[in-house]
Ligand binder design. Structure first.
Ligand SMILES: [Zn+2]
Ligand SMILES: [Zn+2]
Length: 241
């Protein structure tokens, strides 16, 4: 059985850790053309107390393929990708879950859950739930807290009714796990549902923060990020020194 270190080693060759700074969105680490927050973060309602992307994910590049493939593919290839992505989450959360809790003003996360699939029929067997179930640091805190509602609108925009809670919460802090972040509408909708159910601080860790290499100066900015990926530093602890 390969170790977490062995499973994640190849990912260090292509993962690109976000870093805060001028022209980086202060909430989701998207590149902006000089603004403190990106367009989507100014437009969406903000329910998440903090967001921590592990890496940028660029269309048609390796992490993008892994994040699409673990859901779309089947058989041995899909199984391998799921184990690798679980190992990436495992290794990252073991080092940086505390950084995210600190940013969300929580002592620790009492509950850990995933953002449900946008597709109600697929929600029960969402591969992300399988992946999250393998992540050691999540341990006994993992619980399915949300499901796709039948009333909420589809699509990619923020909708507080998109997800519905499976039980009431009593001010517990919640760590939301998602695979990708494009506009953040899905994770913000999930956070809104958790808060409506009574959650305390809610923060999201996402594996890949999608960026478009062709937009503005993104290609140059992606090239300027340090390689290989540094497991010992995340976007939050790098910012806070
Ligand atoms: Zn943003
Ligand atoms: Zn950190």
């Amino acid at each position: 059985m390969p170790t977490v270190g062995e499973l994640t080693a190849p990912y260090a060759n292509f993962m690109l850790g976000p870093r805060s700074g001028a022209g980086v969105c202060e909430s989701c680490f998207n590149f902006t053309s000089g603004y403190a927050r990106c367009y989507a973060c100014t437009r969406n309602q903000t329910w998440l107390d903090a967001v921590l992307p592990i890496s940028y994910s660029v269309a048609h590049e390796q992490l993008h393929h892994a994040l699409a493939g673990y859901k779309r593919l089947t058989g041995e290839v899909a199984r391998r990708l799921r184990i690798e992505l679980a190992a990436v989450l495992w290794r990252f959360l073991a080092e940086h879950e505390a950084c995210l809790a600190h940013a969300a003003a929580a002592a620790r996360f009492e509950l850990v859950t995933t953002v449900p699939s946008g597709d109600r029929a697929r929600d029960q067997r969402h591969p992300l739930r399988f992946v999250a179930g393998l992540v050691g640091p999540v341990g006994q805190r993992g619980e399915r807290l949300l499901r796709r509602s039948s009333t909420g609108a589809g699509g990619r925009s923020f909708d507080a009714a998109k997800f519905e809670p499976l039980r009431a919460l009593a001010n517990e802090s919640v760590l939301l796990i998602d695979d990708t972040w494009t506009t953040g509408a899905s994770a913000q909708s999930a956070a809104a549902a958790l808060k409506a159910a009574g959650a305390g601080p809610v923060a999201a860790v996402v594996i890949g923060r999608h960026v478009n290499r062709e937009w503005h100066e993104n290609d140059r900015r992606l090239h300027a990020l340090s390689r290989p990926f540094a497991w010992e530093t995340c976007a939050l602890c790098a910012r806070d020194g």
